[in-house]
Design a protein around this ligand. Sequence first.
Ligand code: AMP
Length: 208
Amino acid sequence: MKIVLFGPPGAGKGTQANEISNIYELPHISTGALLRKHIEEKTKIGLVALGFIERGKLAPDDIVGEILREELAKCKNGFLLDGYPRTLPQAELLDTITDIDVVLNIQIDDESVVDRIVNRMVCSVCGKNFSKKLHSTEVCDCGATLTLRKDDTEEIVRERLAVYAAETMPIIDHYKAKGNLVDIDGHGSIQQVFKRIQKALNDQSKNR
Ligand code: AMP
């Protein structure tokens, strides 16, 4: 299956992507994680992306498109895209590369997003996210130390939400017109949301 996980920052895309990728054995492509890796490795792409990410803005379409092409070329048997596309030109580029089976549109209100993100700890080794409210240590299940993302402050999250509304939400109509968009309620526990996603994916595979 070729799946796009769509939704605002803090909707739980990364967390749900880990669950889906384990159960359905699909490679998880997170453009945000790939950009952070470039930043860590101080590549040319990383140096360009840093200024945008730190301000809560989107990285330029051309550099993200380059990363996407490279990753999709490795995925012959389906994939799970997390954080791409985020603009209409990105969605149009994706259309030229491949067809998407289902776009899971995870919906959540802005105040829940802010609460989740300012309490988020991340593992840069295995990619798992934790809430400070539910996880009392700074150690990941994989043994690595959890960290805070620089762009996870309230001020930057509110900017990312504004960017999402202005630049990313218009893509919803693009996929609605194609008929492959499924709305998922993103509130509740990880397992509650995952059950909704499983149901959507099962319904989708019956219709294929
Ligand atoms: P994420 O890890 O998905 O929350 O992404 C973190 C940041 O990386 C975003 O706020 C953007 O600055 C940048 N980013 C990730 N994916 C994209 C994309 N598809 N297009 C532009 N910027 C992106």
